[in-house]
Design a protein around this ligand. Structure first.
Ligand code: ARG
Length: 460
């Protein structure tokens, strides 16, 4: 015989090495709250259906509440030989309340139970990470408002391209993290169907009420196919995909912060409290937070790869392989949550060197496109205008000057259509403010975008 909940058919005890190898309690204990809430809802339904007596239900609820309080307080003793969170809780319940505890698992399997716990956990994480994303978005809106009107070079291929407003650049991240939030909302909605009642894989012959349990646990409904349900980890993969995009967005932002805090760029100053020094070079102030966030994207991408590899080639339905889903999921949650929290703080302690940024827009003939557009307005086909301006830029490079330094006579050598009003177009401010197409960097548009974002974030 065996002390195990499944020990009946076994005549020998489990090898210690097997217990060590198969146990998941050291990480799935994180799910205890959901496991207990699920058990309470399940027991209540069983009692309503006459499968448990009222007294048994009362004992189960009391026992589970006790266990939860002990786990909360850190006094509950988890036992590795009981494998996982489900059996640790159930065994302890039976020890506390006797036979009633042994009735709890009617019409249930650990296969639908773990799907339930993980969905409930991830549902909450969608909300928690969504709030952390909102914190980062708010930090961007505050910066965008503060620096409204400041210009900087916009880049393509990391080459100076066109002057833009710093606030426009900042709001690009606001949009990216906003999409991440909506993805989590979608992911949550799709996962929010209760697996309980699918049992091991075929459903139950007992007169259960799956919809009652689903409603009690705030699900929008129940899953449709028991075999699909116990083998489905799409929801976890989708969630970690969302995490991956978040971490990639953070990583791109981090890359810019690292770059911008170099001596060569000097666009940004990260507060001392958010940098670290060098153990050998006394002059150093290193941007370790963005570097670590950038580095941690490897972990999150790794979690996604682990999960998709895990389900590749798995036959229906539940297979023990699926126990390997939890560590990557938890690591993705922890990494993304910590990265978002620290990034929001860092952003609130960021100072942009706006004079340096503005100065940088004065070099590199960044208003060349504006000159081409000017010629287009005068009737020149764009391709021809492109050629004219290209030759004008070559002229500047030869002279070591900028477009706005050329005299009107010099400009007219390249096109007779150029007149005195061209200088407005060649100025950085004129260039920026002309770009008032929807989504453009013109001050009027960016001002609107900041106001809208403030409204969306419930500030100002
Ligand atoms: N600890 C398991 C998991 O994480 C729970 C389900 C185990 N079911 C089973 N029949 N062994 O997937």
């Amino acid at each position: 015989g065996s002390a195990k909940l499944w020990g009946g058919r076994f005549s020998a005890a489990t090898a210690a090495s097997v217990e060590a190898f198969t146990a998941s309690i050291h990480y799935d204990s994180r799910l205890y709250r959901y496991d207990i809430a699920g058990s309470k809802a399940h027991a209540t339904m069983l009692a309503d259906r006459g499968i448990l007596s009222r007294q048994e239900l009362a004992d189960i609820i009391r026992g589970l509440s006790e266990i939860e309080a002990e786990i909360d307080a850190g006094t509950f003793r988890f036992r590795r030989e009981l494998e996982d969170i489900h059996m640790n809780i159930e065994k302890s319940l039976v020890e506390r309340i006797g036979p009633a505890g042994a009735r709890l698992h009617s019409a249930r399997s650990r296969n639908d139970q773990i799907a339930l716990d993980l969905k409930m956990y991830l549902r909450d994480q969608c909300d928690i990470i969504g709030d952390l994303l909102a914190g980062v978005q708010t930090a961007f809106v505050v910066l965008a408002r503060h620096y409204l009107g400041q210009v900087m070079p916009g880049y393509t291929h990391m080459q100076r391209a066109q002057p833009v407003l710093l606030s426009h650049h900042l709001l690009a991240y606001y949009e990216m993290f906003g999409r991440d939030r909506t993805r989590l909302v979608d992911c949550r909605r799709r996962m929010n169907l209760s697996p309980l009642g699918s049992a091991a894989m075929a459903g139950s012959g007992l007169p259960i009420d799956r919809e009652q349990v689903a409603a009690a646990l705030d699900f929008d409904g129940v899953t449709a196919n028991s075999m699909d349900t116990v083998g489905d980890r799409d929801f976890a993969i989708e969630f970690v995909s969302c995490c991956t995009l978040i971490q990639l967005h953070l990583s791109r932002l981090s890359e810019e912060l690292v770059l911008w805090s170099t001596e060569e760029f000097s666009f940004v100053d990260i507060a001392d409290a958010f940098c670290t020094g060098s153990s050998i070079m006394p002059q150093k102030k290193n941007p370790d937070i963005p570097e670590l966030i950038r580095g941690k994207s490897g972990r999150v991408v790794g979690s996604l790869i682990s999960l998709i590899t895990l389900v590749k080639g798995l036959p229906l339905t539940y297979n023990r392989d699926l126990q390997e889903d939890k560590e990557p999921v938890f690591d993705a949650v922890d990494t993304v949550a910590a990265s978002l929290a620290i990034m929001a703080e860092l952003l609130r302690n960021l100072r942009f060197k706006t004079e340096r940024m503005a100065e940088a827009t004065r070099h590199g003939c960044m208003t060349a496109t504006d000159l081409a557009d000017y010629l287009v307005v005068k009737g020149v086909p764009f391709r021809e205008a492109h050629g004219i301006v290209g030759r004008t830029v070559a002229h500047c490079i030869e002279q070591g000057c900028e477009l706005e330094d050329l005299t009107i006579e010099q400009l007219q050598q390249h096109s007779r259509l150029i007149e005195d009003d061209v200088f407005e177009v060649l100025r950085v401010e004129g260039s920026v403010n002309s770009r008032i197409s929807i989504g453009g960097t013109g001050l009027r548009r960016v001002e609107e975008a900041v106001s809208l974002a403030e409204k969306q974030m419930g500030i100002a």
